[in-house]
Design a protein around this ligand. Sequence first.
Ligand code: SF4
Ligand code: SF4
Length: 455
Amino acid sequence: MVSLYQAQKKIYPRSVKGLFAKWRWFFVYATQIFFYGMPWLQWGDRQAMLFDLEARRFYIFGLVLYPQDVVYLAAILIISALLLFLFTAVAGRQWCGYACPQTVYTEIYLWIEKKLEGDRSARMRLDAAPMSASKFTRKTLKQMAWIAVGLWTGFTFVGYFTPIRDLAVHVAQWTLGPWEIFWIFFYGFATYGNAGYMREQVCMYMCPYARFQSAMFDKDTLIVTYDAARGEPRGARSRKTDHRAAGLGDCVDCTLCVQVCPTGIDIREGLQYECISCAACIDVCNDVMDKVGYPRGLIRYSTENALEKGWGSKEIWRQVMRPRVLVYSAILAALCIALVASLFMRTPFRVDIVRDRATLARIVDGNKIENVYRVQIMNATEKPQTYELSVAGMPGLELVTDKSVTIDGAQGLWVPVRLQLPYGGAQSGSHEIQFQVQSTESGRVNEKSVFLVPR
Ligand code: SF4
Ligand code: SF4
């Protein structure tokens, strides 16, 4: 029987201390304080960041976005993607190694695992041992903690789309709707599965970014490198031996760099696509170098060019401003300026005109032709606003319903509008007209429509 899948050995990453481990934990704290904390933040009497799909309104602090503003969200997504491209071209897979949710949650799940089952060798012994009361207790506690983190993450995720305080009440009273239950459990299960079990498999087989990022790499991109010229030939040695005289390089072949690697690779075999640039191997190797009294940096962040040409950090920095980086930066800067300018210049209300489909045109009292419309006005500010409605485009055309409407902050309203024209005031057919909606505080919007004159 030919297996379609490669059998995977379970990886037991050894915990590591050092400068880059501290940075990794810094990003765990920063991203999770933001993710778990943001939905609880209030802005006036509402949630500061809420993507209310049901009401079709997105709130981001003082900004209220309607479906018509989707272009801003698209621009934010394009800017984020470009930022990632730029960052990858300069600094390689730092996003993967430090801030990607997969890395962050794996770090949290590994921390729980280490607290309850011990570090690498203890975990390996525990897994190999037969079931006992102690093993059962540890494994159960770990599962409970993992599930709790997964469910809390799912709850928080849903809290970005449903007011989280109401959601908490619904959870406490178990009065959640079917979609809320589905998403809390689905997102919670995905977190639990990805961070608890799939781990490096997500980076190696599922992540699209891992697939296309090599297109953004060049010989000046920062990568985690092993200095083979300095390290080889590797081998164990006694502390008292002059390893150079014995024909050995600086690598003592302790294999700690392999043991700490979350993707289970040996960086000494060169750059591999599995490497997520987390620098755990740098931290542990620096530690080893300190212990044996050799200079740090046998494994370090460097570039292919720097390794080939023996460059130091000055030359590496000089290569940062290369054409590819300048092009990415220029596009990014132009997009950011355009986004900020259009956000500042945007009229803080939206108008939609819909013709009444039931009545195309009719003759009413006073020998007039009447067309009926529904005008939707969406107030994208936080305060009540008054809007004046008028119409232009045909001589004698008159708006006969209320010309003024007041709408509460962040609310939309459908206003029925009737337009009348004296009979014989225009030829039969369709005539282009403009609705004008003037806010007393914040500008004017013109919307085109048509007025039908029957034969
Ligand atoms: S941690 Fe450093 S010294 Fe130890 S095997 Fe890896 S490269 Fe060699
Ligand atoms: S090789 Fe080093 S930097 Fe790459 S994933 Fe493994 S530990 Fe992280």
